[in-house]
Design a protein around this ligand. Structure first.
Ligand code: FAD
Length: 529
């Protein structure tokens, strides 16, 4: 027993990468400082209970499985491996702290409430076992807690305000860019028995999903190497980077018009900081380029903006108790929700998007706009929380902070308040795809409908429908609502809800003003502090 080495654990959760991973580097440095004493074990904990309740669709499980496999391969290149441990972190850790003679634990910080609680619990266990814990914020370009602190412990609620704060924060260099990785090779000093122990192998796909028929085409394979290669491909296209303007990209092109780096950023297969620095290198060499908020750099800043806001509110993904969200009396309607989430609303543009999402796990940002507006304030008057849940299951890039933040935006519940700007489920898609090629791909039953009518099949006579081989109500659904009338009714409901929210806010402000007047002593004391 006395000859057992002291183990340093790096715990992967997100941040599934070897490049620009400060917590992993901290662990490697400790081992390198005295390889005869320390050994490194990078671990990933797979909690079988989570498999049961987590809302993760088959495509995302596959992405995770591939990311773990690539991580294992990349760790092998630096003389280590990935140890996948099965169990619940709070019960797994005390066992491995003892059995592996652990002295140090490193990991990347996370802002999600579930993770914050889990990490606090693990830290307590580590303390009880005399294990030193080091956490590093590296999932975002800026540490959300630092941004909050710089804004007087409040979240900036506009993008402009956020940008004015981060302009003054220096972004540290992206550590160990991939080309330099072999330099970081650590001594292979774990016992051969452990290095080869099959019980720590990366799970096969059938450990994660029981029904393979739910898998769609593998358009975006998971993993660090994939993410880095994808970034490299885009960076080479200087013209694309410098002229990128989000509103000019297309929601319904057959191949993505934006980078699809989001799943790689979500799992941390790609470092957002590396993305940021590499982008800036290109932009510096080409001073004539697009600017935030619509530029590519501007897109990355939206991610930072939402992360900062989310870090300040554990109820960010709920309407009630959420300090950002307006309270809106959404309706429950299981039939509508089911039709929307399975691409059966009778609006071909909306249905094509939702089917692409279910099949492939990624849809364009403006396509997300269209379906989110349709579900909430535009047409179906269903809560953004319901849409968020469907996205959470189906998106490869599903992210607690970004999903909630954007759903609040699109439902005009927070951050965006021009609720009267409603997307037309007919006209919006026509602008970039007048012939409806995108619709034909994802709603093939409509493939014979001509350009003039494919966005509005209800305008075809029964004879024409028969001629096109797709009769509404039989081969393709009748539309579930009439947009032309329903969106106007919803506008009135939004106006009413905004009025009530404003009154509520005014009442709260009046009460706190009144408190200050009634109790001037306590407030002056506070100010002196
Ligand atoms: P690009 O345009 O190439 O942008 C590069 C990167 O910038 C993205 O990978 C992403 O990390 C970031 N980014 C771009 N737009 C946004 C944005 N509006 N908010 C935050 N970050 C942004 N994005 C997620 O990553 N996860 C989600 O769960 C998610 N849910 C969304 C829900 C709704 C209702 C809407 C409207 C948007 C949502 N988004 C989400 C934001 C955005 O749609 C995606 O990040 C983007 O479409 C990903 O494609 P891309 O990588 O090609 O983006």
């Amino acid at each position: 027993m006395s000859t057992q080495k002291r183990t340093v654990i790096h715990w992967f959760r997100k941040g599934l990468r070897v490049h620009d991973n400060p917590a992993l580097i901290k662990a490697c440095d400790t081992v390198r400082s005295n390889p005869t004493v320390y050994c490194l074990r990078p671990i990933f904990i797979l909690d079988p209970d989570l498999l049961k309740w987590l809302k993760v669709g088959a495509n995302r499980w596959r992405f995770l499985q591939e990311s773990l496999q690539q991580l294992h391969e990349n760790l092998t290149k630096i003389n280590s491996r990935l140890y996948v441990v099965r169990g619940n972190p709070t019960t797994v850790f005390p066992k491995i702290f003892e059995n592996w003679n652990v002295v140090q634990l490193t990991f990347e910080t996370d802002i999600e409430p579930y993770s914050v609680k889990r990490d606090n619990d693990v830290e307590v266990k580590a303390f009880e076992h005399g294990v030193m814990v080091y956490q590093f914020a590296s999932h975002t370009i800026y540490n959300p807690q630092l941004v909050l602190q710089k804004n007087g412990d409040k979240a900036p609620v506009t993008y402009q305000k956020f940008m004015s704060i981060v302009e003054k924060i220096k972004v540290s260099a992206a550590l160990d860019v991939p080309e330099k990785l072999p330099k970081a090779t650590i001594p292979s000093n774990d016992s051969e028995e452990n290095q080869n122990n099959k019980c720590y192998d990366v799970p096969a796909l059938n450990e994660l999903i029981s029904d393979k028929s739910l898998l769609g085409p593998r358009k975006f394979p998971g993993g660090e190497t994939e993410g880095l290669n994808r970034l490299k491909r885009y960076l080479k296209d200087t013209e694309y980077i410098c002229t990128f303007e989000k509103p000019n990209t297309s929601p319904n092109s057959l191949e993505p018009s934006t980078t699809v780096l989001s799943p790689y950023l979500k799992f941390g297969c790609l470092s957002s900081r590396l993305f940021f620095h590499k982008l800036n290198e290109v932009l510096k060499k080409n001073p004539k380029h697009s600017k935030p908020p619509t530029s590519l750099l501007g897109q990355l800043m939206w991610r930072e903006f939402y992360y900062t806001a989310a870090a300040s509110d554990p109820n960010f993904d709920k309407m009630i108790g959420n300090k950002f969200s307006y309270q809106i009396p959404w309706q429950e309607n299981k039939t509508y929700l089911e039709a929307w989430s399975h691409g059966k609303t009778g609006y071909p543009f909306i249905d094509a998007i939702m089917r692409q999402l279910r099949q492939e796990g990624w849809i364009h940002h403006l396509a997300r706009h269209a379906v989110a507006c349709f579900l909430t304030r535009g047409d179906l008057w269903i809560s953004w929380e319901e849409g968020q849940k469907v996205f959470e299951e189906l998106l490869l890039d599903a992210d607690w902070a970004l999903n909630a933040g954007n759903w609040m935006w699109l439902s005009a519940s927070a951050f965006f308040y021009k609720y009267f700007r409603v997307y037309s489920p007919v006209a919006f898609g026509k602008k970039t795809d007048p012939e409806g090629k995108y619709i034909k791909k994802y709603c093939p039953e409509l493939k014979n409908y001509p350009a003039g009518i494919i966005y509005e099949p209800w305008k075809a006579s029964l004879n024409s429908q028969k001629e096109y081989g797709c009769v509404l109500g039989k081969d393709y659904p009748n539309r579930i609502v009439i947009h032309e009338t329903i969106h106007k009714e919803n506008l009135s409901k939004m106006a009413e809800a905004y009025k009530l929210n404003k009154q509520l806010k005014d009442n709260v402000n009046d009460t706190s003003k009144k408190r200050k007047i009634e109790n001037p002593k306590s407030s002056s004391k506070k100010m002196k502090k």
